[in-house]
Design a protein. Structure first.
Length: 207
């Protein structure tokens, strides 16, 4: 029984499994990405990431420890010379597993495991996404405040315009009423004046 045994044997004895992990880790460090089964990739991740963390300390002891697990001088040199400077600011999670489907023949689940800091396309896309997201976050609050202020200003302007229009209409109506009254008074005055003149002329003729 495999109770409390978290190691995936991958169908191999310990010596064969260690040799396979060393070869996979060396290939990953040299080529930056390899294609393998998902089970091997997950086992490789737990095997190679502590070695990458160890490469941050470029000392003779660290190189000897890493060489004991890799057994490849070229891979050790590549790890300390090329990989270590790029992952210096990363606290962990140096690898990425991308599933690619099933293998023809035995239908094994296949994937690509790669070093995160060496995929230029994904790095560029990630930086663009972060920049956009940060802009949205920063701008959303400002935009919301600006939108609220603009809405309030628009409402106040609309209210002011409505009041001004109502006052202008009231003044226009008052002026029209006054003009109508003035016209009526003038007409009445003109109507009264000829009647008075006619009466005066009649009285003069009688005399």
């Amino acid at each position: 029984m495999r109770h409390l045994n978290a190691i995936n044997s991958l169908g191999r004895k310990s010596a064969d499994r260690k040799a396979m992990m060393a070869n996979l880790a060396s290939s990953l460090i040299l080529h930056k990405r390899i294609s393998t089964t998902t089970a091997k990739a997950r086992a490789l991740r737990t095997y190679v990431e502590p070695l990458i963390t160890r490469s941050k300390d470029d000392s003779t002891h660290s190189r000897r420890v890493v060489f004991r697990y890799l057994g490849n001088k070229n891979a050790v040199a590549e790890l300390f010379r090329e990989v270590a400077p790029k992952i210096a600011s990363r606290p962990g999670g140096y690898t990425r597993i991308l599933k690619t489907g099933s293998r023809i023949g035995d239908a094994a689940e296949m994937c690509i495991i790669e070093l995160v800091d060496f995929n230029e396309n994904m790095l560029a896309a990630g930086e663009g996404t972060k920049a956009k997201a940060s802009r949205r976050r920063r701008g959303s609050r400002k935009k919301s405040a600006e939108t609220a202020a603009t809405a309030e200003t628009a409402v106040a302007a609309a209210e002011t315009a409505a009041v001004a229009e109502a006052a202008a209409e009231a003044e226009t109506q008052a002026e029209a009423a006054a003009a109508t009254e003035t016209t009526a008074e003038v007409a009445a005055t003109e109507a009264e004046t000829p009647a008075e003149e006619t009466g005066a002329e009649t009285e003069d003729s009688k005399e």
